[in-house]
Ligand binder design. Structure first.
Ligand SMILES: [Cu+2]
Length: 114
């Protein structure tokens, strides 16, 4: 009888093992994009040249944005979050993060140093 119990426990552990392995894999896959994003989220200096609440666009004079392959220039960007448009005014010096979202250069982060 004792032998049978040991065999059952061993069998249960064997059956459970692949399930644990699968969970670990899923966890690793989930964490990959997050860690990648945090390591490449450097902010760049920019100056607000124009704010257009109607279209959600902010025109920025910015330095080189290496992650989207842009040299220094002045251009209008889509604000990812509508609250960004309310936050800034013409002439503000800001720190920004621009990323290509669905092929559109988009301000994903905007900080206004006080
Ligand atoms: Cu640009």
């Amino acid at each position: 009888m004792k032998k049978l119990i040991v065999a059952s426990v061993a069998l249960a552990a064997f059956v459970a093992a692949p399930a644990f392995a699968a969970d670990d894999m899923a966890g690793m896959n989930m964490s990959t994009p997050a860690s990648k994003a945090s390591s490449t989220s450097a902010l760049s200096d920019a100056e607000v040249k124009k704010v257009d609440p109607a279209t959600g666009m902010i025109t920025l004079k910015h330095g080189a944005l290496e992650n989207v392959g842009m040299p220094p220039m002045t251009m209008a960007y889509k604000a990812k979050d509508a609250s960004m448009v309310k936050q800034v005014h013409e002439g503000d010096k800001v720190k920004i993060r621009v990323e290509n979202l669905n092929g559109t250069p988009t301000i994903v982060k905007l900080e206004k140093p006080s």
